[in-house]
Design a binder for this molecule. Sequence first.
Ligand SMILES: C[S@@+](CC[C@H](N)C(=O)[O-])C[C@H]1O[C@@H](n2cnc3c(N)ncnc32)[C@H](O)[C@@H]1O
Length: 316
Amino acid sequence: MKIGKLIYLPVWYVKNVMLGGHGPLQTVIAITDCCNLACRHCASSVHAGTAMKPFGQINEELQAAYNAGSRFIDFEGGEPTLWMDGEHALNDLYDLAHEIGFFHCTLTTNGQHPFGDTRADFVWVSVDGNQACHDMVRGKGTFQVLDRNIRESGLKNLAINMVIHRKNVSSVTETIRYAKENPAVCAISLNFLTPYPGTEELLLPWETRKKVIDHIIKMKRAGYPIINSCSGLRRMKERKPHHNCWISHFILLDGTWKECPGKELGICMDCGFCMAGEMDGVAGLRPDTVLAGLKLRNSWWKNRKKKKNTGRGRSQ
Ligand SMILES: C[S@@+](CC[C@H](N)C(=O)[O-])C[C@H]1O[C@@H](n2cnc3c(N)ncnc32)[C@H](O)[C@@H]1O
C-alpha cells in the first residue's frame, strides 16, 4: 500500500473512531442474488436468483461509498462471478472501483468458475472443510472444481474462507492444513455460522465455539497461515454484541445501506463473522489486528509464504 494511502488510515481513524464520525472504511456491495450453488448455511434470499444490479446503479453506489470515506470494496452475491449487465462483466466493476480511487477491491467466490483473469486485488474462495464436508455443505463435486480452479488461477493474492458450523467443525484442522500445503493459497480466514433464518440448526454450541477458537489460536501460533488476529479471535469467544460493525457497511441488492444485515434480525449476539471481532480490534487499536489488516491488503502473505518455502522465513 502506497504511503499516501497509508496516511489516509490514521486520518480516517481520528475522524471516525476518536471523534465519533462513524463513517465506513469498507463497503460490501451485493451485485446479484443469482448463484450456481445453494449452500446449506446460506440464507435462501442470498441465492434467490432474482436480480443482477445494473452497472449504472453500482457506479452510483461506488461513488457514494467513496464520498462517505470508504476505501475498500468487496463485491458479493449470490455468486459475483455470474454478474453481468449487457456488455459489462465483473472486471469492469473492479476497473471502475480502482478509477474512482478505492485502495483495495476483493472478490468472494465459491470457485466454481475459473477466476484467474480477475482484476480484483485479492480473492477469497469459500472452502467449507475437507472434500467430504465441503461437498456435504455445497454440493457433490464442488470441492474438486474449486481446488482445480484455485491451482490453475495463477493468482498470488488468494486466500480461503471457511464458515464453521455443526456439519464441518470436524474438519477445521484439515482445512487449515490445506491452506498451508496448497501452494496456490496464501492464507485462511475462519468464521462461524451466523444464524440467518433457516440456518439456525447449524449453529455450534457456544462452548464448542470457544474450544474451536482456542484450537485455531494454537495453530496460528504454530505457524499456520491464519489471517484472523488472536485479539479478533478472542473477541469472538465473548457472547456480547459488537459495537464497531459500522466500519464495514453493506449496500444490499435493493440499494439500501446497512451497517449489517443481521442487526435488525436480532442475531448479533450469535454473530459468526470474525470481521466483527477484527473491527473491534481495529477500533481498540489492537496491534496484532491492525497489522493483520495491513498485511492482508499488502500482499504480505504471498511474500511470507515464499520466504517460508525457501527456508528464510520464520513461523509466526
Ligand atoms: C454469501 S457468500 C457469496 C459469495 C460466494 N457465492 C461464495 O460462496 O463465496 C459470501 C460468504 O458468506 C458466507 N456465508 C454464507 N452464509 C453464511 C452464514 N449463515 N454465516 C456466516 N457466513 C455465511 C459464505 O460461506 C461465503 O464465504
